[in-house]
Design a binder for this molecule. Structure first.
Ligand code: FAD
Length: 398
């Protein structure tokens, strides 16, 4: 039987960071993971180059039932701190659009760096290892977490849950963390796939399915009034619906049954442009729009109207068409699900956690970090930044 100060379950981004920080501060740490291979999500992230953070990180880049919760951890350990760490390890990186930072070489660099940081602190690795039971006991020496595992029992004064979200179950994602939260009476905000493609009824999508593979920049929004959220990003047509960075971003805000609204000519005054282009024009509508969009999008989107001559179209029709192009409202019938999602929205309710340490307010010695917590970042390196920040906040407080 092993007896340690801290057991961290989940050797992903948040778990390794937390274990390294706690161990380097002198804590005796065991890091458990059920996977054969270390940190698969880091490995596949950012197309194999890991978009490990973003230059500009604010609380607005995160979604949570309590939008202020992430602030303290992000302030305590931000993008510059992580950059200093990768500089120390000699990892080359570069900036892509919108402040997104990627490894020059490979995501493996980040995994190796975290592995070395853990080894430097003397973290005791336990993987692959399945935890079958967790019992909390109050002893004369204080609180003790007694874990039954297929590698034998492990007892610890502190238990950190870093088992991530439900996205990509084929890589070993489980609801373990959510179950532990419920076991100890913590509330869970309903989990949902996020940063995920959106799908449409087959009949609605039939005319657009042929556009599969086509991408254009669009304005995308959802929600009403103060709750409207918008992005200006690329949108990709697929056989079943829409994907691409703009759709992934809006998917995290989309509520089932609600429409998403696309502006297919961002920054233009389409109605005025169409009416102005009409005079003296011999062009068909499809040909005219084909100068702004890929030709097959113009033809497919306009349908029968593609053959209409611009000069013959009444101003009212063109005004209405311009408005439809800039506010194309469509209702998804769902998402492509956890198999295709990058992250899980929802998770352990932050109301039950201390924002400085990530400790459960009502359960001494129990901590939740990373994606299992109800803090979901935008696309662009924000989810890893949350994993680093929450991992460090917890590691420092242990
Ligand atoms: C395809 C893809 C690309 C992504 N790209 C990016 C990107 O470029 N930038 C970005 O910021 N974010 C990206 N993300 C999101 C990012 O990977 C996650 O938000 C991040 O890894 C969460 O860190 P975590 O430590 O909380 O969980 P994870 O990194 O998922 O780690 C959780 C660990 O817990 C283990 N585990 C799960 N259940 C159990 C159990 N029952 N027992 C023991 N161990 C268990 C898992 O094996 C895993 O090792 C991407 C996600 C995907 C799916």
């Amino acid at each position: 039987m092993r007896h340690v100060d801290v057991v961290v379950i989940g050797a992903g981004a948040a778990g390794m960071m937390c274990a390294a920080v706690a161990a380097q501060r002198g804590r005796k740490v065991v890091l458990i993971d059920h996977a054969e291979k270390l940190a698969e999500k880091i490995r596949i992230s950012g197309g194999g180059r890991c978009n490990f953070t973003n230059r500009r990180v604010t609380q607005e880049n995160f979604i949570s039932a309590n939008p202020h919760f992430a602030r303290s951890a992000l302030a305590g350990y931000g993008p510059d701190d992580f950059l200093a760490l990768i500089k120390r390890h000699g990892i080359a990186w570069h900036e892509k659009h919108r402040g997104q930072l990627f490894c020059d070489h490979s995501s493996e660099d980040i995994i190796e760096m975290l592995r070395r940081e853990c080894d430097q602190g003397g973290v005791d690795w336990c993987m692959p290892c399945a935890v079958t039971e967790i019992v909390r006991a109050e002893t004369n020496q204080g609180v003790e977490y007694r874990l039954a595992t297929d590698q034998g029992p492990i007892h610890a004064s502190n238990l950190v849950i870093a088992t991530g979200g439900l996205a990509i179950p084929q890589l070993g994602a489980t609801d373990f963390g959510l179950k532990v939260a419920r076991q100890f009476g913590l509330k869970v905000i309903e989990p949902r796939p996020a940063l995920v493609p959106l799908t449409f009824e087959t009949s609605t999508w039939l005319p657009f399915a042929e556009l599969s593979g086509l991408a254009i920049e669009a304005g995308i929004s959802t929600g009403v009034g103060k709750k409207t959220q918008s992005f200006l990003e690329d949108v990709l047509f697929t056989h079943r619906g829409l994907s691409g960075p703009g759709i992934l971003q809006i998917s995290s805000y989309w509520q089932p049954g609600e429409p998403i609204v696309l502006d297919l000519a961002p920054g233009q005054e389409m109605a005025a442009m169409l009416i102005e282009a009409k005079s003296g024009s011999r062009q068909q509508l499809g040909t005219f729009l084909g100068t702004l969009w890929p030709k097959r999008l113009a033809e497919q989107w306009l349908g029968e109207d593609a053959a209409k001559r611009l000069a013959d179209a009444p101003d009212r029709f063109l005004k209405d068409l311009g408005q439809r192009i800039q506010a194309w409202s469509i209702i998804p019938n769902g998402t492509a699900g956890y198999k295709k999602a990058e992250v899980m929205r929802g998770g352990v309710d932050t109301k039950g956690l201390d924002q400085r340490s990530m400790q459960a307010k009502s359960v001494q010695g129990l901590y939740f970090i990373g994606e299992v917590v109800d803090v979901t970042g935008w696309l662009g390196g924000y989810n890893f930044q949350w994993a680093w920040s929450s991992g460090v906040a917890c590691g420092r407080s242990l």
